[in-house]
Design a protein around this ligand. Sequence first.
Ligand code: ADP
Length: 478
Amino acid sequence: MKKKFSFVFFHSLGFKIAFVILCIGIIPFLVCVPISLGVYESVSIHTDATNLMAQAISYNSKLVTSGYVTGEENSIMDKELKAVADSYNGRILIVNSTLKIIKDSFQADIGKTVIWENIIYSMQGESLYYYDKHTNYLIVSVPLANSDGDTVGVLVINKSMDYLQQNRDMFISYFLISSVIIVALSLIVGVFSFIYFSRPMKKMAKSLDSIIREYESILPEQKSYNELENISSKFNEIIGKLHSIDESRQEFVSNVSHELKTPLTSMKVLADSLNGSDDVPIEMYREFMTDIGAEIDRETKIINDLLSLVRMDKSGAQLNISAVNINELIEHILKRLKPIADKADIEVVYESFRPVVAEVDEVKFTLVITNLVENAIKYNNEGGWVHISLNSDHQFFYIKVEDNGLGIPEDSVEHIFERFYRADKSHSREIGGTGLGLAITKSSIAMHKGEIKVRSKLGEGSTFDIRIPLSYIEKEVQ
Ligand code: ADP
């Protein structure tokens, strides 16, 4: 199903890169602009207030000594204060000790009483300022003191702070312009970095396509960035594994066909020779039919072993776990194998160090012990011995199968667990080996999360050590 373009775009690397760059560009901007605006405003207000207070204080003696503060007429002073008020686009008031306005640069409120917190505090000797956000005025109130230090009135200066608003507007318009530029730049950088960074990925996707279509067998080495090189080498590992799985599958199929064909060929030869000759004596018939029967048994054994192996195949296999008395299980198996051992005059000794009950799949685990003990009997000399021992600790149980038989050639030891591998082909065939027993054993042990180790010396014998957890813990689903 085709995904909608917009959906694909929002999930694309390009969009994500552009978004990150945009955030990196715009977030500090969004945080810094209001903070700097606030700082700028409060610094400006404070500076202006300090300057106004200094100016007001400088008028103190002039206003007090001239009696202006007590209401004396002084047209020069009137003009001077008016000029100062006009320069601030504001207003100057002088309030006397009874909170009455006695001078007003607007001449509007003379004689009126003013009751305002700051003026009352200033009347007690404090210089204060207040910024009125709504009217955008800065109001400074400074006490006017006589030579004895007594406050005789308050000088109030209003200053218009319109310039703050203008600067703020200018700041915001610069901010908006910069934001547009940052957004545009982020998008451009995002698009270019997407093109740059996605190029190796596209190349890789193309190589993967040709691997899917089987034009190539590995991803070509590409110099891009470490992460992608890593992924590409992991892909090559997976591809390598798939190739080797495919090869081993093909090898397995050809081995299976070969193994199944051999008894059939023998049967055909036997049957043809019986059919091709007239007056075959009954003894010869019997002998050939016995041989055909043996070949059928062999074919059956190969098929049974193959079925066990397939059932054991890790991916599909399921274990039927139950608490099994391992001592009893071994004794039972040895009882079954006793006739074969007796036939070859082999002494089988079983030694158990303690009773062991473990969580295993009885059927699959029986195959493990049967195969190991059967091999120790099969690949032995007449009059030889097989020792089996069982032990355990708090976590695992240990089984050792030791024989003083033929032993395994050094270069074969690492291969004996492979399917259809036989160290000594002619002997193995002679005694009815399929080459699958140890492969089954190993798979079963792996399913029980155990381990198997082998030590062997040609001509002296072999020892197989297995270690299995007493409790079966299923792999947790992640
Ligand atoms: P097979 O059915 O041929 O016995 P296995 O998978 O059981 O197949 O064993 C693989 C090969 O390992 C055997 O063909 C044999 O050569 C060798 N082998 C296994 N167990 C022993 C042993 N106890 N002593 C000597 N050789 C052994």
